[in-house]
Ligand binder design. Sequence first.
Ligand code: HEM
Length: 371
Amino acid sequence: MRKDSPVRWDEKRGAWDAFDYQSVKNVLENKDLFSSNRSRRREGEQASPIELSLISIDPPKHTQMRSLVNKAFTPRVMKDWGPRIERIANQLLDEMQDPSEIDLVKQYSYPLPVMVIAEILGVPIKDQAKFKDWSDWVVAGPTDNSPEAIKRLEENQQRTYYELYVYFKETIAMKRKQPGEDIISVLIDAEMQGTMLSEDEIIGFCILLLVAGNETTTNLISNAYYCFTEFPEIYEEILKDPGGALPLTIEEVLRYRSPVQSMSRVAKEDTVLNGAQIKAGNIVVAWMGSANRDEQQFENAHQFNIRRKPNPHLAFGKGIHFCLGAPLARLEAEIAMAEWIKRYPRFERSSGFSLEPIESTFVYGLKELKL
Ligand code: HEM
């Protein structure tokens, strides 16, 4: 596909797919030609909180909002997060009562990012189970292309957005009375070009963090362990010098098993992309998962090679929407693996369970990984 039809029109979905590295990069980078406002709302319909959030808006509004929320993700802030993530990782490792078989996803890679986000947002850990259900629905795709499956998905997503909306509205009301050291309190207080962020914009950002920061980081950690069990000789190399090898490993996992496979844009005007005639208003899906395996860009693209240098993967996107949480995701993954290695340097994949990917065309990870 990448070679024969790198940018192709899919009649069924009514969308373009871009598969090759250069086209994917062009779509993500060219904010003047490709908009992030993917809303298909009809007149009078209300925007969902995600449609109002950073990931769905274009400049100049995007520039203003991003500079505001950026403050929560600076290198200095990340330095403060290190010990907190280490504490959370160790708490989860302490809770693993029976290390003879561990489901890495359920016991480690899923709860860790949820607990970190809960602290960032300043919401109680006891709401974890609800967070999982919500973020699963937001990133889910239809189980098949039947109208019933699409309808079921839409209904569940609507319910999810409603529940998330109510949840954060109540949380904001609470924090207005009793501000804390968390990002919601910062946003309530923040001024943007002389005006406060509207309540709906704050809710949209909270939902975005919850959704964008959980499942993705879970999948990065799970996909890393999937690679370790698949390439034991590389894992041995990592064990000799975890401090030096883990950051490189994380970049290669991001490339080789990209947690986010695609992002979409809407063409603002007629344009040509690698020979394809795209019309204004057309949806273009940029497949980063495919671009990250493009043989024209990466030598031996299908080889898992932690020594790859440079490694200009597109797993965190590119351009103005480049993942805001990338430093946090990298930090979480590195600490999660380093702390694990201290306790369980030796492990292998259990037999008797199947390696099943989660049901989504957009995020990529495993439902469970028994070690
Ligand atoms: C944006 C991937 C973790 C927050 C993005 C985008 C990608 C991405 C591909 C670009 C979207 C676009 O171009 O339309 C990932 C991956 C992660 C991860 C692979 C983990 C391995 C996180 C975390 C957070 C986060 C931990 C926050 C806690 C965001 C936000 C945006 C974003 C707020 C929107 C930025 C903007 O539109 O300016 N992420 N993400 N992400 N990510 Fe992440």
